[in-house]
Design a protein around this ligand. Structure first.
Ligand code: PLP
Length: 372
């Protein structure tokens, strides 16, 4: 039995007729860039996130960039984030002309460690981007308290956390703005590239609506220099359908994670993902920590089991950020975790038999490994 890392075919199969009808609708009304489908999806996604505004854009990367720009982040500013994230979080900071500053992660949740936040703040600090990694939110209350004290903007990177909760509140609704990616493999994925920013701040929302459409306050009247970050109509039509199934899909991911945990509970060679008491994890990624990771991946591949690494190189050690001057050893937790994390197959349509097979193969591999 082969088990893929992700099976989008299985995820889409039950709704193909609905997708086709929705896409035909977009073709008939010609609303390809922005338009009524985007507006309808924005309303539904804002409701889902329990916020007043959602602004549909072209990707999660654009969502982060626009939120920072609208928040006034620019040249000379510093923005604090986690080194344990996808590069886009830091790229968005750099593309505003600002400098990313990293704070190590918590060893349990792999999200920004609030205890180390204060020490990274300087007079140039303008914003903080906590990253809700793997589907679990950062510990937001202490982060928000520090931000309030120093008057810093908080932009959540919720690109992996659609529908996750923190103390009963939705990921994305906790800071000044929350950024989402609808890349196809995310918990809520489009049929291509898409993203959104959510916010309760009317002024930020208006700025982002203007910026994403060439800074137009009305057609061909440009009040500021913006960019083209509009969402496609077809993506919005597909996302409207998929949003209706998101809660159910997240519940299935949680069931699968619980089943993996049960099958691995006595396996001493691995560290299981933890769900912090502060929230509801939606398991975009189910990652174990293993010692001999590369060898484990090789053997999983040979056994027909897909896997991934999220992420192998922490952002502060990426070649593109060499000029920032960070070194190995600067963020020991993020570095250790990056060496050990191994993502196993995780998608809503995974069967119990598939999870059983993955668990059995992982047990065989890690039990047989000669201790380093
Ligand atoms: C996917 C992702 C992004 C970028 O989203 P895109 O839609 O691919 O641009 C940013 N941050 C995190 C944590 C992500 O997982």
């Amino acid at each position: 039995m082969n088990v893929p890392f992700l099976d989008l075919h299985a995820h889409h199969a039950p709704h193909l007729a609905e997708f086709e009808a929705a896409i035909r609708g977009v073709i008939e009304c010609g609303a390809f860039a922005g338009g009524p489908y985007v507006a309808a999806f924005e309303k539904e996604f804002a409701d889902f996130c329990h916020v007043r505004h959602a602004i549909g854009v072209g990707s999660g990367t654009e969502a982060l960039w626009l939120a920072l720009l609208a928040g006034g982040v620019g040249a000379g500013d510093e923005v604090i984030t986690s080194p344990g994230t996808f590069l886009a979080t830091a790229e968005a900071i750099t593309y505003c002309g600002a400098t990313p500053v990293f704070v190590d992660i918590d060893e349990q949740t792999y999200t920004l460690d609030p205890a180390q936040l204060e020490a990274a703040i300087t007079p140039r600090t303008k914003a903080i981007i906590p990253v809700h990694l793997h589907g679990q939110t950062a510990d937001m209350d202490p982060i928000l308290a520090v931000a309030r004290q120093h008057k810093l903007l908080v932009i959540e990177d919720a690109c992996q956390a659609h529908g996750a909760d923190y103390k009963g509140r939705r990921a994305g609704s906790l800071g000044d703005a929350g950024c989402f990616s609808f890349y196809p493999g995310k918990n809520l994925g489009a049929f291509g590239e898409a993203g959104a920013v959510v916010t309760n701040n009317d002024e930020l929302a208006l700025k982002m609506q203007t910026l994403r459409d060439h800074g137009q306050s009305r057609k061909y009247h440009h009040s500021v220099v913006g960019w083209n970050c509009r969402m496609d109509g077809i993506q919005a039509a597909v996302l409207q359908i998929k949003l209706r199934h998101l809660e159910e899909s997240n519940a299935k991911r949680r069931e699968h994670a619980a089943f993996y945990n049960e099958l691995f509970h006595d396996l001493e060679e691995v560290i299981l993902p933890t769900e912090a008491p502060h929230g509801r994890h939606v398991f975009h990624i189910y990652a174990l920590r293993v010692r001999e990771r590369d060898d484990t991946i090789r053997q999983l591949t040979e056994a027909g089991i897909g896997s991934g690494i999220h992420y192998p190189v922490p952002v502060h050690l990426q070649e593109c950020y060499r000029s920032l001057g960070y070194q190995e050893g600067d963020f020991p937790v993020a570095e250790r975790v990056a060496r050990e994390l191994l993502s196993l197959p995780m998608f809503p349509e995974l069967t119990r038999a598939q999870i059983g097979k993955v668990a059995q193969v992982v047990r065989e591999i890690v039990s047989a490994a000669v201790p380093a």
